[in-house]
Ligand binder design. Structure first.
Ligand code: PLP
Length: 480
């Protein structure tokens, strides 16, 4: 390494350092998603000053080849001149009925086929299975609480868990109380309850486009109509689009993931969230905030929940531990300062209460501080996987696809050539041992037939990379 840096050369030292990093990327010594040597370490190795290395890193950061991550250091990104993001789709003409349940059912069964590489399942925890700590807490709770832990729990949820959530919201700058929280069976039940609090069959619900298919399934099963508001891959939902939509259509409520969306991984600024809440509340429209990916951010800090900006109580926040700890525990919640009472009554009617043992175990896990330690590691692993997956796609694609660079979460959204049918690709990929999610699932209309969602919520390995390259070959054939 030392030999490549020379004070004799006329080139600035910092440029030589930048070239060195570039070379290491090109020859595979460093891979996208890898942490590069710290400023001090490299300065010592090369016997140059820390500010010189810093200047080199800042230069590479400016062109997008490096990213500095909070409290962690500098990372090599999947930067490529070839990279372009999916295009924003057009505004919908009107709200439509959703008919996606059958397709979701078919895809879901196939996606869980054992032995397939699960690019189709958004399971962030799969990237860093955390069963040891949870298994330990399960044993401890069972031995200390015994039969109490498997009895019926309180309808609105285990009080100590709600207190833990209050503390977490306080950290996000939101003052709340246990009585404003209702524990549910995953975020899905929280979303179902919230929709029923704001709307009835036949009412119009605004959704992001593309949007998580579970929300569309709910709208379908509740006999409501969906109005699609297109997302920009980089900046998320546009306030102007929301204003136009509510002006022209009788929208009762919106379901938006203000912090990190699924499948685009887009996020909006806290200032825009505030303006969004102000706009919706001024028109008496409810905002159902789906925040399941909020803790899985890659940037400097977590986005604030839109709930922080509510003045009239028309925001309901829905979230869960499914993406951050244990999807199988089915522990989620909803938060509303004004509607927690009716929500708790609906919850009681629907499913009585949520599994007490799972709530208890999660409470201890949170209180021990192990959950936060795990979350920090999980975010890091997901970030590395994201960069690896993007780099592998950008290096091996010859079809000119477009892909997202998500602000967090565990999935990439790919816009393929118009000739490619995502469903056909789904079947061919499955035969070749991989699952993917076809784009048609993510909107009530057919606008995403040529798109797919890929998950990097899995332990990254050469086998995964080989499968991805195989998938890209199938895509290439289908695009011709
Ligand atoms: C955006 C989004 N919201 C809600 C859910 C449902 O979460 P849960 O498993 O906690 O019910 C999911 C699950 O994939 C999701 O991706």
């Amino acid at each position: 390494m030392q030999r490549q840096i020379s004070r004799e050369q006329s080139r600035y030292l910092y440029r030589q350092v930048a070239d060195l990093i570039r070379d290491m990327r090109e020859n595979g010594t460093l891979r996208p998603g890898d942490r590069i040597p710290s400023l001090r370490h490299l300065a010592e190795k090369l016997q140059i000053s820390v500010p010189t290395v810093k200047q080199a890193y800042e230069e590479l950061e400016r062109i997008g080849m490096l990213e500095s991550r909070p409290k962690s250091g500098y990372y090599l990104t999947s930067f490529s001149h070839k990279s372009s993001t999916p295009r924003k789709s057009r505004m919908a003409k009107h709200a439509i009925a959703v008919t996606r349940q059958e397709l979701v059912e078919q895809v879901h069964t196939a996606v869980h086929t054992p032995g397939t590489i699960p690019f189709g399942i958004s399971n962030p925890v799969g990237a860093l299975p955390n069963d040891k700590a949870l298994a330990r807490w399960t044993r401890r709770v069972m031995s200390s609480a015994r039969e109490h832990a498997i009895g019926y729990g309180p309808f609105a949820g285990f009080e100590p868990l709600r207190r833990q959530l209050v503390l977490r919201y306080l950290d996000m700058g939101l003052s709340t109380q246990p009585e404003q929280l209702v524990i549910t069976n995953g975020a899905q039940e929280a979303l179902a309850i919230s929709l029923q609090l704001f709307a009835k069959p036949g009412d119009v619900i605004a959704v992001e486009s593309p949007c998580y298919f579970g929300i569309l399934e709910l709208i379908e099963s509740l006999g409501m109509l969906a109005y699609e508001i297109p997302l920009c891959a980089e900046t998320g939902i546009s306030l102007d689009d929301v204003a136009t939509a509510i002006d022209k259509h009788p929208i009762k409520a919106c379901v938006f993931s203000s912090s990190i969306t699924n499948p685009m991984g887009a996020s909006i600024s806290d200032a825009d969230k505030q303006a969004l809440v102000l706009l919706l509340e001024s028109k008496g429209i409810g905002l159902i905030e789906d925040d399941v990916y909020g803790d899985l951010y890659f940037g400097q800090q977590r986005g604030k929940p839109a709930q922080c900006y509510s003045e009239k109580g028309l925001v309901i926040t829905c979230s869960s531990f499914s993406k951050t700890a244990a999807p199988g525990h089915r522990v989620g919640w909803l938060l509303s300062p004004t509607l927690a009472g009716p929500a708790a009554r609906l919850k009681r009617a629907l499913s009585c209460s949520s599994a007490l043992l799972n709530q208890w175990v999660l409470t201890e896990y949170l209180a021990s501080g192990e959950y936060d330690r795990y979350l920090r590691q999980l975010r890091q692993v997901l970030y590395t996987n994201k960069e690896r997956m993007r780099a592998c796609i950008l290096e091996n694609d010859d079809s000119g696809l477009r892909l997202t660079n998500p602000a967090g979460g565990a999935v990439l959204w790919l816009e393929l050539s118009r000739k490619t049918d995502g469903s056909e690709l789904f079947h061919q990929a499955l035969s070749a041992g991989m699952s993917i999610m076809p784009g048609s699932l993510f909107a009530p209309s057919e606008r995403y037939r040529h798109c797919i969602r890929l998950s990097y919520g899995l332990p990254w390995s050469d086998k995964v990379e080989e499968a991805l390259i195989k998938l890209l070959r199938i895509m290439s054939t289908l695009s011709q």
